[in-house]
Design a protein around this ligand. Structure first.
Ligand code: DC
Length: 227
């Protein structure tokens, strides 16, 4: 990749708009690194729950953060990067609804955000990265060359998420999924620190009626315009 211009691509947006799907495909095609910033907040939440950390107490949060090591480790079989917490692969456990129910609360804590954002900025210092999340284009990389803001009709998003979770847990209901999605979007966009919002210079990608192929083509076209 020597001599090739490298940029930072940020993908923010509402829950279950397919940010990570697009980010992974884009990173693969560009031969860039893909970082799922939400996985970091999910792994921190897992640590807090397992260790009964009372996150309403700032000292307890600070103390717990000192014991957390997050790493993105490449799985050579799948070719994907996976989230590791203190030497354990937690990529699958962190997708559970138990984590989804608490993660927005944990991600709203200032100290937690500072902890995660510092690491995210470090990962992007050499560019050549696609990172998805909620505040990547606004806070983590405000000078990113390409910022994409993803949205989709709520009904479409609930269906997509339901399908994904139902495969792992057939007892899950559409109502539970809808409630969790609405709650997360509300907390994520109303929190004091780095709320979810579209960066002024972000391009909007509404994929309610797009196929994965169409959305990837759109994102690739935008990327090539910046290269
Ligand atoms: O993208 P996700 O659903 O895995 O993210 C999990 C939660 O983490 C989401 O509810 C909001 C939070 N999050 C955040 O606050 N900032 C980010 N950059 C990424 C995720």
């Amino acid at each position: 990749m020597e001599g090739k211009k490298m940029i930072i691509v940020t993908i923010d947006g509402w829950s279950s708009t397919g940010k990570s799907t697009l980010a992974k495909q884009l990173a693969r095609d560009l031969k860039y690194k893909y970082i799922d910033s939400g996985a970091m907040y999910r792994a921190i939440t897992l640590y807090f729950l397992r260790n009964h950390v009372d996150w309403t107490h700032p000292e307890a949060v600070q103390d717990a953060l000192h014991h957390i090591v997050l790493e993105f480790v490449s799985n050579h079989k799948s070719g994907q990067t996976e989230m590791w917490l203190n030497g354990e692969n937690v990529e699958y456990v962190i997708r559970d609804l138990v984590i989804a129910e608490k993660v927005s609360e944990v991600a709203a804590i200032k100290a937690v955000r500072e902890f995660a954002v510092a690491q995210q900025q470090e990962m992007g210092k050499n560019k050549g990265i696609v990172m998805d999340g909620r505040d990547i284009g606004t806070t983590v990389f405000p000078h990113a060359e390409l910022k994409i803001f993803m949205t989709a009709d709520e009904k479409v998003r609930v269906q997509r998420r339901f399908k994904e979770l139902f495969e792992k847990n057939p007892n899950i209901t559409l109502e539970e999924v809808k409630h969790n999605l609405e709650m997360r979007d509300y907390i994520d966009s109303h929190r004091e620190v780095s709320p979810l919002r579209k960066a002024e210079d972000a391009v909007v990608l509404d994929n309610s009626h797009l196929t994965m192929k169409q959305q990837l083509e759109t994102a690739l076209k935008w990327t090539h315009e910046k290269l």
